[in-house]
Design a protein around this ligand. Structure first.
Ligand code: G3I
Length: 374
């Protein structure tokens, strides 16, 4: 037998083994997928975002979940066509104003539905969030509580909320958005009353009541490697200096495809900058996640803008794949039909990877390529 023939046989065998491995992983299709659907390869789904992420040895791709009565949205959220997701983050249903609207009166209706949605689909849950200055019920600021009372209020909230979901929250955003843009601490009932110790105290309670969850500090505009990024690294050190566990930093990544009025001329940082930022955290021994990714632009979304957006999604995904401690990416929603952006930044939007009609945008393929090749 000639050498070239041996090489051909070896190549064929390697490809058959690889195919079998794929078949073993994908058969049967998850979530009741229909093997006869157009575009499907027999019973095997095309590769989705979460598939690709796991094939690269990372943990998840998720989306911010608000449960609505929209079957088209549900179809995307449920991986009807391919496995794009294996994680959800509750968009609003675990926030303080929803879960403890009055002192020691808890409402878990919405959060229980999120948990049911996720667990029935085999998704993990990135729980969001325990201690934040926003979406706080009025009784907290109005109470003018002493240091000791506010700490006991924080403990009671974490005990009830994180304790209830201790078995299902893979990660918790324990403290959300504690920093100003210049890296100093933001004014809030927590900081103003307890001082910076409110951070390690919150993480200590989270570790106590949800010992299996990975505990994250989560903030926006950490992606630019500026003073706020320095502030977040200081927070990691601070929490550790108290002998308390912190497992990760969430970079929200509410980014811009192009300079917009709300971005002050900024755009998505280069892949180099993003990797430097991610490594700055992972060097401290914590994981990183892009927790709330979207890439807004000035609407309407032209073909040219959508092409740039494809590149920015690719850049962000590729930066995650280039850094070992980047374990996953969550999109802040699935479709441009539902997004927080137009309500906050008038004239801006179109920031996600499915359009208003639930068609995949170029950005979807940019993100997939960034995951597969980054
Ligand atoms: O639930 C009430 C409803 O009863 C009322 O009729 C309606 C009228 O406006 O408001 C509803 O509450 C809205 C809530 O979302 C639920 O839909 C609030 O007005 C609205 O402000 C709130 O916006 C959320 C925002 O956080 C609040 O800060 C967005 O949906 C949510 O996407 C956004 O998410 C945040 C992350 O938690 C933290 N990082 C930034 C990110 C984007 O702002």
């Amino acid at each position: 037998m000639q050498l070239s023939q041996i090489a051909a046989i070896l190549a064929f065998t390697a490809s058959a083994v690889a195919q079998n491995a794929q078949i073993a992983k994908r058969d049967p299709p998850r979530n009741g997928g229909d093997c006869n659907k157009a575009g499907w390869n027999g019973c095997y789904n095309p590769v989705g975002l979460a598939d690709a992420m796991m094939q690269r040895g990372r943990e998840f791709v998720g989306f911010a979940l608000t449960i609505r009565n929209d079957s088209a949205e549900l179809s995307v959220q449920s991986n009807t066509y391919e496995e794009d997701f294996n994680s959800v983050t509750p968009e609003n249903d675990m926030k303080w104003e929803v879960t403890e609207p009055q002192r020691n009166v808890f409402n878990f209706n919405g959060s229980d539905k999120i948990v049911q949605f996720a667990t029935s689909r085999g998704y993990e849950i990135h729980c969001h969030n325990l201690v934040w200055h926003s979406q706080l019920p009025p009784w907290i600021a109005a109470g003018n509580f002493s240091n000791a009372t506010l700490i006991s209020i924080m403990e009671n909230h974490i005990k009830n909320l994180a304790g209830r979901y201790a078995d299902v929250c893979t990660r918790w955003d324990v403290v959300n958005e504690a920093l100003n843009e210049d890296g100093t601490y933001r004014s809030s009932p927590w900081f103003n009353t307890i001082g910076e110790a409110f951070l390690p105290i919150a993480f200590k309670f989270a570790a106590q009541y949800s010992p299996k969850s990975k505990l994250y500090y989560n903030d926006y505009n950490l992606e630019y490697n500026g003073n706020k990024t320095v502030g977040a690294k200081r927070i990691v050190d601070l929490i550790k200096s108290y002998g308390v566990r912190i497992d990760g930093v969430g970079l929200q990544a509410h980014l811009t495809t192009e300079p917009t009025p709300s971005s002050g001329g900024g755009v998505t940082p280069s892949q180099d900058t993003l990797e430097t930022v991610l490594k700055g955290f992972t060097k401290k021994g914590v994981s990183v996640v892009y927790t709330e990714l979207d890439e807004r632009l000035v609407v309407p979304a032209t073909k040219a803008k959508l092409e740039i957006q494809k590149q920015t999604f690719k850049t962000v995904a590729a930066s995650c794949l280039a850094v070992k401690g980047c374990v996953g990416i969550t999109l802040w929603g699935v479709s441009d039909k539902y997004s927080w952006i137009p309500g906050v930044f008038a004239g801006e939007g179109a920031a996600l990877v499915w359009d208003e009609n639930f068609q995949k945008k170029p950005a979807y393929y940019g993100m997939l390529e960034g995951i597969q090749k980054g």
